[in-house]
Each structure stands twice: as C-alpha cells, then as structure tokens.
Write a protein that binds this ligand. Structure first.
Ligand SMILES: Nc1ncnc2c1ncn2[C@@H]1O[C@H](COP(=O)(O)OP(=O)(O)OP(=O)(O)O)[C@@H](O)[C@H]1O
Length: 320
C-alpha cells in the first residue's frame, strides 16, 4: 500500500536549511495499522504530508496506493483520506450538511452524498449530534467528524496526523473504539502519527520510530521491546554486603544483561525477567542471601527509544 525509498525533505529559507526528513524507507501492507512515533520535530508530519502529496519531496521515491506521489498526485489523492492536525470542518454548518458537502466536493451526486453521510454518521456514532452545528461539538466529537470527513470517498488508505493529541484519556479511548470498529468493518489501511507511547504500543500493529528525520526502528511493539529494551528486576536484600553478593550471583545468569547495586537494592536488566527471577532466587539462597522483595517491570516503548538514542521520548515531548 505504501513503499518509500530514500525519501527526503529539506526546507530552505534564506540562508537557513532544515533537513526535516533524511532518507526514509517505509513499507506498509494493505490492511495494516502503522504508527509513526517520534519526538517533536522528528519529521513525522513532514513525512505524512509528502505521502499525502501535500508537500513535494526533495529527493527519493514513494508509491502510495499504487501510484507515485510525484508523477500521479491526483490518482494518489483519490485513494487516500487525510485527517490533519487541525480540524477540517467549518464551524457554522451542521454536522450532516458538512458531510454531504464533502461528498459533493468529491463528485458524488446529491443522493449519493446524503446516503454516504448517513453511513458515516452511523459508523462513527455521530447520530446524536448530526443536526447540530459543528461549533457546538466537543473536541472528541469534532475529531470523529474529521475522521468521517476523511472517509467520505471510501479511501482504502487513511492517514491520521495526531488524531488524539490534547484529548482526555476517556475521549481518546472512545475515539480509538470508533477507529478500530470502522477498520474492522471496512479493512481500511491506517497510518497515523502519535505522541502517545501507550497508544502506539497498544493500538498499532507496527511501530515506525522516527528520530531526526530517519527511521531508527520498525517492528511490532512487542518485538521492539524484546530486542531493544530489557526487563528490569529490582531485588531488595538486607544490606549493602548482601546486595554485592546478589550482584555477583546475578552476573553469572545467562539471561542477565546488566547489574547495578544501589544500597541494599540490586537492579538487574534481563531479556527474560520472568525466568531470571526464579534462577536468581535459587542462586541467592544457595549463597545464604535472603531476598526480602522482588519487583519486575516490563519495558515500554520509551525504554526502546532511550536504548536507541540515549534520550527519553517522554522528556522531549511537549504535547498540546
Ligand atoms: N514549512 C517548514 N519550513 C521550515 N521548516 C519546517 C517546515 N515544516 C517543518 N519544518 C521543520 O522540519 C522538522 C520536522 O518537522 P515535523 O513537523 O515533520 O516534525 P514532527 O515529527 O511531526 O513533530 P511534531 O511531533 O512536533 O508534530 C522540524 O525541525 C520543523 O521545524
């Protein structure tokens, strides 16, 4: 559905140049739900704007829904839906009329536009406020309308640029429910950008991590966490001496990657925390060390980003 090779975008203004995207290769298969994740200014939106033909690349190639983004812009545009960061909806029209107008813009007849509007009102649960003016909608309701507007022409591929930024957790969960239901029913391929690590982790089938204009990792969230980050096992013992003995034992366990001692605690990084714990308990008992507590933490996508870049994604974010 999407194939990019060496895609770049450099913005030049006077003497200053910004290399926003520096050679991005992305492949997305039909029906996939892929999240582009990265800190502010990483180049996610610029990549999305190139893929949606809103911005011409400086170099490289990209095929979207079977067509080149530079040679067949109109063909690409007919096959994609794009929901940008701002709301695409006007303020004074009523929700139903907004959808009908969008259908007419895409060349549907009046009757077909009305029919499509009703389908989308049903699909995105807009019925309750379909007769209200857009300006009266809440942020979450408005975002649902934006997505409906992006789907009017039945695109097989939908781009969502930060669909949930700024929403409270309940509205985010509700919007996701609607996105996933729509996807189940239509099989639409979805590519989105997000700041929310948990969202990329739990919703996307694949996470493409972008930093400084390049793709630095691309896999399922589970595989990224497994390969690029470690489980953390924190073992508490009686005193610093027992902690040193525990660390010595831990270092001999095959699944352990790294061990640090802090007072009477030992922090053990392992790529299999679940099997490290019983082994560690057996070995500490064998050398006469009593363990008073053990805590296992699974890695997050932030640990993946930290491992790749030495920076935390959370700290670099300024989410609106
Ligand atoms: N029109 C433009 N002119 C000059 N520089 C730009 C332009 N658009 C984007 N940039 C710069 O390109 C870089 C990438 O920006 P982009 O908006 O793609 O990042 P992003 O990953 O989407 O960030 P965010 O998460 O904050 O939306 C940034 O340094 C940004 O300032």
């Amino acid at each position: 559905m999407i194939k990019t090779r060496g895609l770049t975008k450099t913005f030049t203004k006077g003497k200053s140049t910004v290399e926003a995207v520096r050679g991005v290769d992305i492949d997305v298969r039909e029906g996939e739900l892929v999240a582009l994740l990265g800190p502010n200014g990483a180049g996610k939106s610029t990549t999305l704007r190139m893929l949606t033909t809103l911005l011409a690349p400086t170099s490289g190639t990209a095929h979207v829904a079977g067509f080149s983004i530079t040679d067949d812009r109109d063909a690409v545009r007919r096959r994609i839906g794009y929901v940008g960061q701002g709301s695409g909806a006007g303020n004074n029209q009523r929700v139903r009329d907004e959808l009908v107008t969008q259908g007419l813009c895409y060349g549907l007849t009046k009757a077909a536009s009305r029919e499509r509007a009703e389908e989308l009102i049903e699909a995105l649960d807009l019925g309750e406020f379909a007769g209200r003016s857009v300006s009266t909608l809440s942020g979450g309701q408005r975002r649902r309308l934006d997505i409906a507007l992006g789907l009017v022409h039945r695109p097989p591929l939908l781009f969502l640029d930060e669909p949930t930024t700024g929403m409270d957790p309940q509205s985010r969960a509700n919007l996701w429910e609607h996105i996933l239901r729509m996807r189940r029913e239509t099989g639409t391929t979805i590519v989105l950008t997000t700041h929310y690590l948990e969202e990329a982790d739990s919703m996307a089938e694949r996470v493409v991590v972008i930093d400084k204009g390049t793709v630095i990792a691309d896999d399922t969230a589970a595989a990224l966490k497994n390969e690029l980050a470690s489980d953390l096992v924190v073992v508490t013992v009686a005193d610093a001496y027992a902690a040193t003995r525990t660390a010595e034992v831990a270092e001999r366990i095959a699944s352990v990657r790294d061990v640090t001692v802090a007072g009477s605690s030992v922090r053990v990084r392992s790529h299999r925390g679940d099997t490290t714990i019983p082994e560690l308990l057996r070995e500490t008992e064998a050398v006469g060390v009593r363990v008073s507590a053990v805590e296992l933490s699974r890695p997050t996508l932030d640990d993946v980003f930290l491992g790749l870049t030495g920076r935390s994604l959370r700290e670099t974010q300024t989410v609106a």
